[in-house]
Design a protein. Sequence first.
Length: 371
Amino acid sequence: MTHLFQEQSDRFLQWLQEAALPFWATRARDHKGGFFEALDLDGDPLLDKPKRLRVQARQAFSFARAEVLGLYGGRAASDHAYDFLLSHGRGDEGFVHTLHPDGSVLDSKLDLYDHAFVLLASAERYRAYQDERALGVARDVLTIIDGLRMKEGGYAEGQPHTLPRRQNPHMHLFEAFLTMRLANMPLDQDERLEEIRRLLKSAFYDKDAQVIREHFDQYWNLHPKKGQEVEPGHMVEWAWLAAEGGNKDLSVPLITKARAIGYQENTGLMVNSVDLSNGEHNGSCRLWPQTEHVRALTMLARWGEGDDDQAGLLLKKTMDRYFPEDLGGGYHDEFAIDGTQLSQHMPSSSLYHLITMADEIIRARQEFATS
């Protein structure tokens, strides 16, 4: 392990443990139920923002995973999010999409992406706490998403079914199924995992372009209007998940191409999206693609196929820009490609990406220490 990676990973893990996790467990917690959707840059909650169900699930997952990693005693915070999700988020046919700030239902539609995160949170809570409720919820969610199966493969976007079809909800279902397996849940996720793995190889991953495609028609053909839009952050996210799921062969091509089309060497920023038809990017760089980029480079270094100095340098650039000292345990969410700050609030949802990055960093540090 190089000095740079050791130094910067020490810095990040200390900040996460001592500043970020306590900050989000307290400042973002709504004592009337659940977690606030976002905070302003002073750390005060945006009281009028609706609460997305997926954010409650992400918080339940994040604090449980933090406990598994030994970073934070997250049971109370995870319980707070999960209890709210179960008490306010259940609808007639599944979990609802959004809630009013007071916890009443705003949008009751059934959304595949939301259910992927409910399943992920349930799997992690079963792993961390042997939560029997989580086992029952996971069983219910599997029944719900099985009802969204499409004859063309994969799942509908929700109920009602809409187009374009997207890889993104399937990616997070893949993540949830992997976590179920990790948690030794006594439920059958393997067949469902294999179906998404097949879609990864047959539809999502474009072997010729070496990219993950985002938007599709009913039959997994590229969507006529949005088919050329790709997200480098999802490419490096899939690089990690594919390796965890047994498709390590995709990881290096995806990381290489994501960096080629989306990484700005001069600023150290990964752009949100790129139009492959003309090479233009949307000019914005959110926090989450940066954390996924760091996670992917750390994984390569752990394999001996990359340089942990490179991962350490990217982690430093990310921390210097997105985690300034004046925000304490908070973070900036978005910058323009030239480095101009764009975001005026801190979304709670990004804590999930910090935790998954920490998971890989801790694994790499452990393997470096024993090699």
